[in-house]
Design a protein around this ligand. Sequence first.
Ligand code: NAD
Ligand code: MG
Length: 394
Amino acid sequence: MKGLCILGATGSIGVSTLDVAARHPDQYKVIALTANSNIDALFEQCLAHRPQYAVVVDAQKAAVFKQKIEDSEVAGIDVLAGPEALQKVASLDSVDTVMAAIVGAAGLLPTLAAAKAGKTVLLANKEALVMSGDIFMQAITESGAHLLPIDSEHNAIFQCMPGGYETGERAKQARRILLTASGGPFRESPVDTLHDVTPEQAVAHPKWDMGRKISVDSATMMNKGLELIEACLLFNMSPDDIQVVIHKQSIIHSMVDYTDGSVLAQMGNPDMRTPIAHAMAWPDRFDSGVEPLDIFEVRQMDFERPSLERFPCLRLAYEAIKAGGVMPTVLNAANEIAVDAFLNEKVRFTDIAKIIEQTMAEFNAEQADSLEIILATDKQARDVAEQVIEHKLN
Ligand code: NAD
Ligand code: MG
């Protein structure tokens, strides 16, 4: 029996993880669930899954939530408040597996705490890895933790690199990674119409049902940019050996091209419960609740090269990983600020890339060799991005 902690339980990935866990009560026991502020959803999850701990980051909401729990049939659940409580539950002795499913940089410290505590880390929170890079990978190696990718592409690549993942042995024989992308909702829209895109249009993803931030990232293809950096770190590959491929059907979730000419692909219906169940059962497999793939219904699969003119965020991600050092941290922070401003209708869709590019121009690719440098850079880049937005608006 494995103890499970879900960081970001109320989000899209968190909900899918609980769905998979509930199918395997003989293998997983839910120990801790966390939410930022959605206490109604967290309360329902507490009734259904009976964790020992529930964390609400927002202190005021936590007080209301605590009272609600105490007055309910699940009185006795330990309710904790504040961001430090995330790190505490991610490193509890009773926790074996931590699903890192908080969105954005807010997930870094708790995910790092899980890595340092030697937990099996199921990584959905790509921003945490992108911003901390080698520091995160080192923490995994030093503690002997297992790191299993949840991002469907990286999970697919992992499945296409059996055996040698943790030592990087298999990656040495891989010539190229073909990182697939749906292309998002604006894959075919005329480029000159993109400046009129609204937040509602941007979050309506054609293939995947996801949180708002990653949906905007998919529309700009910054999601693929972050995933490019994620793939370089996880699989020890150079960005020049990663080709992004637009595959609009989202049936192949990525491919690995080996030196002998073999190309391995992982396929399946676009449902995050497949990579989640893969990582939770690894090295075995178990039921995920996902419908079997009907290959006759798919009938056809298309592949295209992405246009860096249409998707400047993808170009910026290539530039950031090639520059190295703190540049991926800057890219990620500026993107979080820009996407938030877009969702709050302060800037246009096409401003997102401009804000990131102008923010990156203010930084040098200084070495990112400590957590302090990373956290300080993240903060500075957020401030610069806010200033860029301010100047544009004034
Ligand atoms: P979401 O917005 O649906 O959920 C985010 C979760 O994080 C919620 O539980 C929320 O309470 C919590 N959260 C938000 N801000 C927080 C903060 N400041 N402190 C603590 N908790 C906070 O997002 P999602 O779609 O589930 O995505 C989660 C992560 O997984 C992201 O990093 C995303 O890129 C990645 N991911 C998601 C998908 C998907 O299909 N949804 C696929 C691949 C990767
Ligand atoms: Mg993905």
